[in-house]
Design a protein around this ligand. Structure first.
Ligand code: SF4
Length: 427
């Protein structure tokens, strides 16, 4: 057999394998597809919202968020016109909050440029904020049945295994190759079902750690299974681990007029978790022996926190360690050491003497700070009075009016639970 004959034979085998894959996957999907709220309509707006929510998030988690979101913002216009605070509140707990901001920005684009209708046009969909190649492909194929590939990590895993592709899926050229392959596999007129079938196979059967090959509709021709290497695919270079950052947080309990309340502050207008609400917190210097990530001794932490509060113009006294909590971003992990602090009637003397902000519970704490004073600046800008937002005293009921990142939501709920428990015992 000549080299050319071998290539022809290989080409034929590959064509057969592709045909087999498309046919059996589609057939399997028709019988096995899950009943998901966004699958009950071909509404492009619903499909778009669901695809953004599903990024980095499990289907079970997304369902209640999706239902609430659509109930609150049933149309592109209602989302475009809503206060950002409401959109963030609806997203609260889902994480990756820039997704919520981008969705609203894109809704405004759709309202202004396309009369509130998600466009059935590749360039137009791509130009929407927060819409990358995967989401664009998903919207165009699922909502409009256009033969566009929708390739994410799940799909790349399935294709790497079925076709035994050993290229690194973290690399751009591999994604391009996968997109070309995925586009070739779409049977004519079946883009919507086929792309969802591929996603469904990755989610339910060809899972990352233990693929269920024995129940897989395409197992007969799966090259990785035949070679016994399905669990070592796909090849993916590890991303850099997130950088750990130790922070000191203040849970400030109110007194007098603020009894039963805690102090929260709004994050800066841009950057990480922009405009969301949190307990005040600052980076901690390195702990024991100057080691990175080591916890600061209690006395030093209290001292440092007191200084940070002082610099922010917040009149509170740190008292004792309450608990540690973690917030994981893709590039950074905060370990928050949370200290209980009590509200003080006035700022400590050194601040008053230097003419810094006079604490007023109902006003923006940062607004009165003398900008000529040296203010410590931190990496993410949280202690910068120029960028910082308002502060508020809140009770548990008030939490409904503010959007918090997960870690602060949990901490606040835990604190108010504790308080309620204590009040019951004291009765
Ligand atoms: S046979 Fe196994 S490895 Fe191959 S596609 Fe199916 S589940 Fe994945």
């Amino acid at each position: 057999m000549t080299q050319q004959d071998i290539q022809v034979q290989d080409g034929q085998e590959l064509r057969e394998a592709k045909k087999y894959f498309s046919y059996h996957l589609l057939e399997w999907y028709q019988g096995q597809k899950r009943d998901l709220p966004w699958r009950r309509h071909r509404n492009p707006y619903y499909i778009w919202i669901s695809e953004i929510m599903l990024q980095q998030t499990r289907v079970d988690t997304v369902i209640p968020y999706f239902n609430r979101f659509i109930e609150r913002f049933p149309t592109v216009e209602s989302l475009a016109d809503a206060p950002e605070e409401d959109v963030l509140k609806c997203w609260e707990g889902l994480g990756y909050y820039s997704r919520a901001r981008n969705i609203q920005h894109a809704a405004k684009q759709v309202k202004e440029l396309y009369g509130g209708q998600v466009p059935n046009d590749r360039e137009a969909v791509f130009s929407l904020k927060g819409v990358g190649p995967y989401t664009a492909g998903a919207i165009l194929s699922i909502a409009f049945n256009r033969p566009e590939p929708a390739v994410d990590g799940n799909v790349m895993r399935v294709l790497s295994r079925y076709f035994l592709i050993e290229d690194d899926i973290a690399k751009g050229p591999t994604r391009v190759k996968m997109e070309r392959l995925a586009a070739e596999l779409i049977p004519e007129g079946e883009a919507a079902s086929f792309n969802q079938a591929l996603m469904e196979l990755g989610a339910l059967v060809c899972t990352p750690k233990s693929p269920r090959c024995l129940t897989c509709p395409v197992m007969e021709h799966c090259a990785a299974r035949l070679a016994g290497c399905e669990t070592s695919l796909p090849v993916k270079t590890k991303a850099k681990p997130p950088r750990p950052e130790e922070r000191l947080a203040a849970l400030i309990e109110g007194r007098g007029a603020h009894a039963g309340q805690v102090l929260i502050r709004q994050r800066p207008q841009s950057g990480l978790l922009a405009r969301m609400w949190e307990l005040p917190h600052w980076p901690a210097p390195h702990g024991e022996g100057g080691a990175k990530g080591a916890r600061l001794p209690e006395a030093a932490a209290l001292d440092r926190l007191r200084r940070s509060l002082w610099e922010a113009g917040i009149s509170a006294r740190p008292e004792k360690h309450w608990m540690a909590a973690e917030h994981i971003f893709s590039h950074i992990v905060w370990t928050l050491q949370v200290y209980r602090c009590s509200e003080e009637d006035a700022l400590p003397l050194p601040i008053a003497a230097e003419g810094r902000a006079v604490y007023n519970a109902d006003a923006d704490l940062f607004s009165g700070i003398d900008s000529s004073m040296p203010i410590e600046r931190f990496e993410d800008g949280t202690a910068s009075p120029e960028d910082g937002g308002a502060v508020r005293w809140i009770s548990r009921e008030d939490m409904a009016n503010y959007a918090f990142p997960n870690v602060f939501l949990k901490l606040l709920n835990l604190y108010f639970d504790e308080q309620e428990e204590r009040a019951k015992l004291e009765q």
